[in-house]
Structures are given as structure tokens and as C-alpha cells.
Write a protein of this length. Structure first.
Length: 536
């Protein structure tokens, strides 16, 4: 009888939801205090009704919202090969709550914890946060230095120091990060040079940080409403500099006090103290609302689903968790026994859907026939009940069908003559290297908690290549929504954990095959990959 391992203490449910509620209360309290102080500053700065301009605040809100999205990409760029990018970005938004709590560790702890929920290892997430901090400081100093060159309205000493801060940019060199981590790692065991991202990933994170800081600085300048372009650029330089100085001032929550002091030193002469403080408080209000908007838009159910996915993966994996071959299991909430589930899709009475399925199956059949002519063998991973394979298998082709659920493989054997059925996991195929000329994986990758090991296995057992099919997002879910399917989930299937665009599918296949073509067959993508890369 199959038994499930007991969850470890690390996997057991935690009190994190209660912690988030407490932090949310702190944020609300800070927001209320900020509104009160803002009203006083507004009265003080009579010439500038900064916090009574809904147009400027609304525009600043939109710009800052964009900056948060860009900063989240700076984070996901460091872990995109270890975890789900969408979940990493949602985790980044939630972690912003921690920066308002005194102590200086809560944002880091939240980001690392939510990074683990997205699928990254503890060492990867901890080290990635260290790298992210460096790229953010380097990105902000870059923005400040570039803007300061064109901002003569800044005080001379301040301007020289801001331009000199461009010397922080070389910190993004991976070799220096590794050297620094060797020193820090003696005190913090979770930081390890083995987990430092590639130089390319670090540079991508730095580039996103530059654009994100520029957007946040523009948000501040919009609220301040400088009287000419030179002061507008000076406001950008001042805010970027104040941001990274406040960021490294760890004991001060969100750099409160530090950022405002730097802004006053830089902009008091051209804008007056009242205007600078009013703009600073207005920008903080805008940032809080933008963060709350993205947190609400992310949806806690998505994080819970990602967390459940990580738990399922951890409970089903063998002790060699870092091994390329490991069981992936089912999507969280998917039934172990689901015979008859596929028939609902392929036997629909909707003539439009039937037309699209027919067109899709014809294209798949043609691509498969090119790589596996009649008489050759192909392995179909995730064969299900065989309803898709029945439509796409070329005549005379011998098929080995691999399926995780035994009841589905029985249905496939009953439907297809000569099918060699195997019950196995997509992450650990029971086939030798280059065992078959062609592998296929039809409508499977979007259900996996981590598609990378599955594609690696597809390449390992294929002698010639593979053909895969996945829903083309966002068109697939929009099509579902338009016909009233999964309306409460905006058209997304409850078991779809991955969302593929042409670029993402091409990158995924390209890591394991030399040649990749991604063909749009609305609303699906068909990936044709040949010449598997052989490790070792």
C-alpha cells in the first residue's frame, strides 16, 4: 500500500497568514499617520497644494505601479531557472509589507520565504536576496549619477557625490560577489557561492533595477511638480540617491527620515522645504497604495496554490532533491484517479472548439510524421486516456505511452491497439538514453509544478527530437472566459500552473535542444525541438 511521507516541520503549515495580517495592520497605521502629516505639510506649503492634486497623485501612482512591476522582474531574473517567475513576482509584492516593520529583516525574510514557496531552494533564495540588494543599489546609483550630470540645479557638493556614486556599478561583477559571499558565508551558513546566479542573470537584474528606479524617481518628480525641466531632472537624481541611501540604512523602516533628509539637502533651494517634504510624503502614500494594489491583484489564492505545489513536490521527491531526475507528481488538487476527464474536452459539442481541435491535431500529426515515419517508435509522455494520441499518431507508428495515473493508462490501452503503456512520472522516465527517435508531450507541461525536469527527460530519452503542445497564453484562457468556462478564475483551468508564451516555450526547449521551432496553432503552441543536448 502506498504511503505518503509525514510532512517535516519545514513543510508543516505555519502561522505566516497571521504574520501578514499583523504587518498589514502596521501598514494601515503608517498610512493613516502619513495622511495626517501630509495634511499638515500641505497647509505649511501654501503655494503648493501637493496632496490635493488628484491628477498628479494619480499619474504618480501609475508610474510607481510600473516601477514595482519592474523591480519584481529584477528579483525573478535571479531565480527564473529555479522557481516559477510569476510566483516570484507575487512574492516580491507581498514582501514589500516587511519594509515598514522596524528591524530591517522582515522584508528579506518575507522575500526569501516566498521565494521558497515559488519553488526555489533556501540557499538559492537567500543568496539571490543578497545579489538583489547589490543590483538595486547599483541600479539606483546609476540613475542618480546619470541624472546628476544634467542637473545643474543641485548643490555642487551633492552633485559631485552623486556622480561619484556611479563607482558602485562595478559591484554587479559576479566575481566580487563571490568573494564577498565567501567572507559573509562564514557567519551566515545559508549564503553560499555555489548559489550565486550567473553573470547574465545578475546583469539582467541590474538592468531591471535601473529602469525601475528611474520610474520611481519620475513618480516623485511628478508629485513635486518642478517649475522647469532642469529641476525635474534634479528631482530624479535626488530621489534615486535618497532611495538607495535609505535602502542601505537597515535600522530605519523603509528609510524613513533618511530619505527625506537627503531630499531636503538636495532640493531645498530650488523647491523649498515644504514642497520637498510634501512630495516625499505624497510619494510614500502613492507607494503604499501601489503595493496594496499589486498585492490585491496578485491574489492570495495564487500564492497558496504555489505553496501547495512546493509542498507536493517536496513530499514526492526523493532525498536527492537536487538531482535532475526526480518525481514531479500531480498539480495541487488534481485527483489521483481521473478517468473520463479527458473526454469532456475532446467530445465537446461546441463546433468552434471542435474546429480548433481538428486544426491543432492535423498540425501535430504532420510534425510528428516528419520526425517519426511509419514503423518507428515514439514515446508519448502524459498520454492520458489516449484521446489526443488517437488524433495525432501517424499510421503505423509504434507508441510507448507514459502516464502518472493508472486508471487513465488503462483507458488508453483499451482505446488504442498496440499501445505499450507504462505508469511513471514525467520527471523520472523509465527509459534509457536515446531510447526512442521521438518523444511527444501533449498538453502536459502546463500542469507540472516544474516543467524543467520533464523537458530534460524528454531530451534524454529522445534520439532525434520531441514535439510538445501547450496552451498559448493569454489567448487560451481568454477563449475559455469568452465561452463562459472558469469565469471565476478569468478563464484559467484550476490545474494549469504554468503559463506559456512563444518566447517562454522557446527558451525552455532551447535549454535542452539545439534546434527549436515554436508554431502558433491558435489557441495552442506547438514546439518542435530536434538535436537533443547531451549532458556530460
Amino acid at each position: 500500500m502506498k504511503t505518503e511521507p509525514e510532512p517535516t516541520e519545514e513543510q508543516a503549515p505555519s502561522a505566516r497568514p497571521r504574520t501578514i495580517v499583523r504587518v498589514a495592520r502596521v501598514v494601515l497605521a503608517i498610512a493613516g499617520l502619513a495622511f495626517l502629516v501630509g495634511a499638515l505639510v500641505d497647509t505649511w506649503g501654501r503655494s503648493e497644494k501637493l496632496l490635493r492634486s488628484p491628477v498628479r497623485l494619480g499619474l504618480a501612482f501609475v508610474v510607481y505601479l510600473v516601477s514595482l512591476m519592474l523591480w519584481s522582474r529584477a528579483w525573478s531574473a535571479l531565480l527564473e531557472h529555479q522557481a516559477d517567475r510569476r510566483a516570484l513576482r507575487h512574492g516580491f509584492y507581498f514582501s514589500q509589507l516587511g519594509k515598514y516593520v522596524p528591524g530591517g529583516i522582515w522584508q528579506a525574510a518575507g522575500l526569501v520565504t516566498l521565494g521558497r514557496d515559488a519553488g526555489a531552494g533556501l540557499g538559492d533564495a537567500s543568496t539571490a536576496f543578497f545579489v538583489l540588494a547589490v543590483t538595486q543599489v547599483a541600479g539606483a546609483s546609476t540613475v542618480g549619477a546619470i541624472a546628476a550630470v544634467a542637473a545643474p540645479d543641485l548643490p555642487v557638493v551633492f552633485r559631485v557625490l552623486v556622480i561619484a556614486s556611479v563607482l558602485l556599478v562595478p559591484l554587479v561583477y559576479r566575481g566580487w560577489m563571490v568573494a564577498a559571499l565567501r567572507l559573509v558565508g562564514r557567519k551566515i551558513s545559508r549564503l553560499d557561492v555555489a548559489f550565486v546566479p550567473t553573470q547574465r542573470a545578475i546583469l539582467r537584474s541590474y538592468a531591471w533595477a535601473v529602469v525601475a528606479t528611474a520610474a520611481a524617481s519620475v513618480s516623485f518628480a511628478i508629485i513635486a511638480r518642478p517649475h522647469h525641466a532642469g529641476v525635474f531632472i534634479a528631482a530624479i537624481a535626488a530621489f534615486a540617491t535618497a532611495w538607495w541611501i535609505g535602502f542601505v540604512a537597515i535600522p530605519f523602516p523603509s528609510g524613513i527620515g533618511i530619505r527625506e533628509a537627503v531630499l531636503l539637502a538636495a532640493l531645498r533651494a530650488p523647491l523649498t522645504s515644504g514642497v520637498v517634504l510634501g512630495a516625499a510624503i505624497g510619494q510614500r502614500l502613492v507607494s503604499i497604495v501601489a503595493e496594496a494594489t499589486l498585492i490585491g491583484g496578485s491574489g492570495t489564492h495564487r500564492l497558496r496554490r504555489r505553496r501547495a505545489a512546493g509542498t507536493v513536490r517536496a513530499m514526492s521527491a526523493d532525498p536527492a532533491a537536487d538531482s535532475p531526475r526526480r518525481p514531479l507528481g500531480l498539480a495541487p488538487g488534481a485527483p489521483e484517479q481521473a478517468a473520463g476527464q479527458d473526454a469532456k474536452k475532446y467530445s465537446t459539442g461546441n463546433p468552434v472548439v471542435q474546429k480548433l481541435i481538428g486544426r491543432w491535431a492535423t498540425r501535430l500529426r504532420a510534425e510528428i510524421a516528419t520526425l517519426a515515419p511509419p514503423g518507428e517508435v515514439l514515446a508519448d509522455i502524459g498520454v492520458g486516456e489516449g484521446l489526443a494520441l488517437e488524433r495525432i499518431r501517424p499510421d503505423g507508428t509504434v507508441v510507448v505511452g507514459v502516464e502518472y495515473r493508472s486508471d487513465k493508462i488503462r483507458c488508453a490501452r483499451d482505446l488504442l491497439d498496440g499501445l505499450h503503456g507504462v505508469v511513471a512520472d514525467a520527471g523520472m522516465l523509465p527509459l534509457r538514453d536515446a531510447a526512442v527517435p521521438l518523444t511527444t508531450c501533449i498538453e502536459v507541461l502546463e500542469h507540472l509544478t516544474d516543467p524543467e525536469p520533464a523537458v530534460r527527460e524528454l531530451a534524454r530519452v529522445a534520439g532525434r527530437g520531441c514535439v510538445v503542445s501547450v496552451p498559448w497564453e493569454p489567448w487560451f484562457r481568454l477563449g475559455n472566459f469568452a465561452r463562459g468556462k472558469n469565469v471565476g478564475r478569468l478563464g484559467n483551468d484550476p490545474e494549469h500552473l504554468q503559463f506559456f508564451t512563444r518566447r517562454r516555450l522557446e527558451k525552455l526547449l532551447g535549454r535542452h535542444f539545439e534546434s527549436v521551432r515554436v508554431l502558433p496553432v491558435f489557441p495552442w503552441l506547438v514546439g518542435v525541438a530536434t538535436d537533443p543536448r547531451r549532458s556530460g
